[in-house]
Write a protein that binds this ligand. Structure first.
Ligand code: G3I
Length: 382
């Protein structure tokens, strides 16, 4: 009797062992491109990717690193290729992390994005002190030549110039405009093309779905092309809210940019769910909202996100991806600005120390309703 009781657990172990074992064999037999994931479900439409941070580049985050490998076929460096990090002094380049970023992309067979060559923010200090045109031109030439040549044939798309426009569509008074004059954008594109003629070259900015700024960007790209610069793509950053921009404004932008003969990319997609009482939109990094730090009204979801808001976020993402699919012929890439909610810059902007929920994966690396709402639009085989 006692003996037969002992045999029951033994058979259970044997049975579950075999079942699990056969599941593993089954899993191993699934072809990698048949696994349900963002990159597989949308593989016939556009690249889907994420910006990755230094820990993820160095593969220190097991949870989010496995999401990156499973879900995405393109990566962008959230900070690691910015001027202040890779070119901190006139003749000092530090490619340590940038090299690892590119290796990570190659190893995982990803479309690799370079972000960004010419941007007024996160620039090296020495650049902000330059007053002579010839000196600044030298630095810019040196920077673009050195960085683009190093990753020639490896970085597939470059954000050549980032955020050069004001909200009214005129050129921003950046240090580049002040010292180099308004031809600096064209020069930057030509230098990038010279260094890697096969790379895709892009202009990247936020609020490009707002009519005035969109007009400015259209004017800029048209002019660049007329003057012989190669511009392959326009990056609409897509730091958006639950209710804005409208689907109509996004659609108008996709159509308007694609009429210029460029592909449209959504390069920094995230959707803030937190209060935005000042009608603050976009991603201007120079605004200061210190006075609101610690204000509970500004940070309402400190433990979790209510179901109603989860549903709103899922619906918003689904509506956006429906539109992307409708215009898939015009869109080359959709990149989220971060992997999980924990990583997002929106936890610290525009007010430090808030808890935001803008991405598809939660703080425990689990897919959210928003993830499924997008995935459900397409099956792997469609
Ligand atoms: O490097 C310092 C580090 O030395 C220091 O210990 C640490 C302490 O806070 O700060 C580090 O700098 C941070 C930097 O990211 C690098 O991690 C800054 O504080 C932080 O403000 C900075 O934020 C980045 C922001 O660009 C700067 O403008 C965000 O992570 C990054 O997501 C964001 O990305 C930009 C895109 O490049 C362009 N479009 C807008 C987008 C959002 O602002």
């Amino acid at each position: 009797m006692i003996k037969s009781f002992k045999t029951i657990p033994f058979f259970c172990v044997l049975f579950f062992g075999i079942t699990n074992c056969s599941k593993n064999i089954y899993r191993k037999n699934i072809q990698p491109d048949k696994i349900v994931s963002l990159k597989n479900n949308f593989k016939n439409n556009f690249y889907v990717g994420a910006a990755i941070n230094e820990n993820q580049i160095l593969e220190k985050e097991i949870g989010s690193n496995s999401i990156i490998k499973k879900e995405f076929n393109t990566i962008s460096p959230e900070n690691s290729l910015k001027w202040m990090f890779i070119h901190p002094k006139p003749n000092t380049f530090n490619f340590n992390v940038a090299d690892k970023y590119v290796d990570f992309g190659i190893k995982n067979k990803m479309h690799i994005v370079g972000h960004t060559l010419v941007w007024h923010a996160q620039l090296a200090d020495f650049m902000n002190k330059v007053t002579e045109r010839s000196v600044m031109m030298n630095h810019m030439q040196n920077h673009i030549k050195k960085v683009v040549t190093r990753y020639k044939g490896k970085i597939n798309t470059w954000d050549v110039v980032n955020e050069a426009l004001n909200e009214d569509g005129t050129l921003r008074e950046s240090i580049f405009l002040k010292i180099l004059g308004n031809t600096y954008i064209e020069d930057a594109f030509k230098l990038a093309e010279k260094a890697d003629p096969n790379a895709n070259l892009a202009y990247n900015d936020y609020n490009l779905c707002k009519p005035k700024k969109r007009k400015g960007a259209i004017r800029l790209v048209r002019q660049l092309k007329q003057n012989g610069a190669k511009v392959n793509e326009v990056g609409i950053q897509a730091h958006w809210q639950l209710n804005s921009p409208s689907i109509k404004n996004i659609e108008e932008s996709i159509i308007a940019f694609s009429k210029l003969g460029v592909k449209v990319m959504f390069t920094e997609l995230d959707i803030s769910v937190l209060p935005n009482p000042w009608e603050l939109v976009g991603a201007e990094v120079n605004q200061n909202f210190e006075k609101f730090e610690g204000d509970e009204k500004m940070n309402p979801y400190t433990t979790s996100l209510p179901e109603t808001v989860k549903n709103k976020l899922a619906k918003r993402y689904q509506d956006i991806f429906k539109l992307f699919l409708k215009h898939e012929d015009k869109i080359s890439r959709v990149t989220f600005w971060g992997v999980t909610d924990k990583d997002s810059w929106l936890n610290d902007w525009p007010i430090k120390g808030r808890r935001n929920y803008p991405l598809l994966f939660d703080r425990k690396n689990q897919p959210k309703k928003a993830y499924h709402s997008i995935l459900d639009l397409k099956s792997v085989s469609k």
